[in-house]
Design a protein around this ligand. Structure first.
Ligand SMILES: [Fe+2]
Length: 144
C-alpha cells in the first residue's frame, strides 16, 4: 500500500478483514445501525475490537456525536469517527465506491446535514490522499 511505503504503520490484515466484513450488519438489520450491529457480529465471531471498530466507523465515512444528536439518529450518542489508519482506509474506500456521498444522505435522511456529511467525507479523502503522498519521515521532519 502507498501509505505503508510512506512509512506509516498499517495492518493490511485488519484492512482486508475489516473491508470484507464492513457491511456484515446487513444480515440482521437495514439502515444506519448496520455498522453497530456489524461490529457486534464481528465480536461474536471472535474478531478483534479493532475489526469491530472498523465496521462501526465505516458508516458515512464517520458520524460525530453532534450529528447523531442534531439529526436524531437511531444510534448511541457517541462518536463513530474513523481514527486508526485501518478505519480511515476502509471508510474512505467504502465512500469511493458509493456515488459521491449519496449513501450518507440516504442513511442520515436529514437534508440540512447534507453539506456537513459531504465535508466529512471530503476531509476523509484529504487525510488518505495526504498519507499516500507524504512520507511520515518528511512529515515528522517538517513539523519540527
Ligand atoms: Fe455500510
Amino acid at each position: 500500500m502507498a501509505i505503508q511505503q510512506n512509512e506509516y504503520k498499517v495492518s493490511e490484515t485488519d484492512v482486508f478483514v475489516g473491508a470484507a466484513l464492513h457491511d456484515i450488519g446487513y444480515i440482521r438489520i437495514n439502515g444506519i445501525r448496520h455498522g453497530i450491529v456489524g461490529g457486534e457480529i464481528a465480536l461474536e465471531l471472535g474478531y478483534s475490537k479493532r475489526i469491530a471498530r472498523i465496521i462501526e466507523t465505516h458508516i458515512v465515512g464517520g458520524i460525530s456525536k453532534e450529528l447523531i444528536i442534531a439529526s436524531n439518529l437511531d444510534l448511541p450518542i457517541q462518536d463513530f469517527l474513523p481514527i486508526a489508519l485501518e478505519e480511515k482506509i476502509v471508510a474512505c474506500a467504502d465512500q469511493l465506491v458509493h456515488e459521491r456521498c449519496k449513501s450518507g444522505i440516504y442513511l442520515i435522511e436529514d437534508p440540512s446535514k447534507n453539506e456537513e456529511i459531504a465535508m466529512n467525507i471530503y476531509k476523509l479523502y484529504e487525510d488518505i490522499f495526504y498519507l499516500c503522498f507524504n512520507s511520515r519521515k518528511e512529515t515528522v521532519h517538517n513539523s519540527k
